[in-house]
Ligand binder design. Structure first.
Ligand code: ATP
Ligand code: MG
Length: 244
């Protein structure tokens, strides 16, 4: 959503086939009529399967399948879908991959030019992220960046949580951004209202918008979640709120 807000035409592919949930997160679940499966089987056109977000028209969601785990999307399937989306002039095609390192993940990344690894600052998640980094490299995806989610400055201060820098150094992947733990994320996911559409952005909302700016190549400052400076966050928040 933040990428679309920057003016890019963005297609989101929910490649988490068994456990699709992007439609819910975006509040678009009632609009799923056709999916990528019908496109691949020639039963509908891509345009019919794409759900255009009415709140931000440059964003479109492609659900993969309505029927959980009934289908397996092959590498060829993925290639076909992405080729069609590119021809429709989407500037960013974002693929939400399934967790894990099995064939579903490998097929999902088959056409990727770059990747964002999302991890939390926990040792188990970091080990998983490290495996994912290895798999990406082994599959020819070399442009990889790291997004550390659910960061808590208060815990870092008390030495109860690894700092963003620690996580980044352990993984050796360049940092795209850090997102603080924020109860508003849970509220917004439950409501299907993207966090970054709120009039007054919370810190997590600002952090997502900044990460999107950096993906698009704009050099932007990194919010330092290890040493929060209240004044700066407030100023940035007001800046974005006034930007609507
Ligand atoms: N920054 C955050 N602050 C608070 N809660 C969060 C934050 N990020 C995510 N969550 C909560 O964690 C839940 C799971 O997050 P998310 O769906 O992004 O995880 P995931 O890694 O994609 O999971 P899966 O592997 O099942 O796809 C979200 O529904 C949300 O409620
Ligand atoms: Mg997910």
């Amino acid at each position: 959503m933040s990428m679309a807000r920057l003016g890019y035409r963005v297609a989101l592919i929910d490649a988490d086939i068994g456990l699709r949930n992007l439609d819910l997160l975006l509040g678009l679940e009632n609009r799923v009529m056709y999916t990528a499966m019908e496109v691949l089987e020639g039963e509908c056109r891509m345009e019919q399967a794409l759900i255009r977000d009415k709140r931000w028209r440059t964003l479109a969601l492609l659900p993969i399948s309505k029927n959980r785990a009934r289908y397996n999307v092959t590498k060829n399937n993925m290639q076909t879908l992405i080729k069609v989306l590119k021809e429709m002039e989407f500037q960013y095609i974002i693929i939400d991959c399934p967790a894990g390192i099995d064939v579903g993940f490998i097929n999902a990344i088959a056409c990727a030019d770059s990747a964002v690894i999302v991890t939390t600052p926990e040792i188990t998640a970091i080990r998983d992220a490290d495996r994912v980094a290895g798999l990406l490299e082994a599959n020819g995806v070399y442009d990889v960046k790291l997004l550390v989610n659910r960061v808590r400055a208060d815990m870092i201060k008390k030495n109860d949580m690894m700092s963003v820098k620690d996580v980044q150094e352990m993984l050796g992947v360049p940092l795209l951004g850090a997102i603080p733990e924020d109860t508003e994320v849970i509220v917004s996911t439950n409501r299907g209202e993207p966090l970054v559409l709120k009039k007054k952005l919370t810190l997590a909302g600002i952090a997502y918008e900044n990460a999107a700016r950096r993906i698009s190549g704009k050099s932007d400052f990194l919010i330092d979640l290890d040493k929060p400076k209240k004044g700066l966050f407030q100023r940035v928040g007001e800046f974005f709120a006034g930007d609507e």
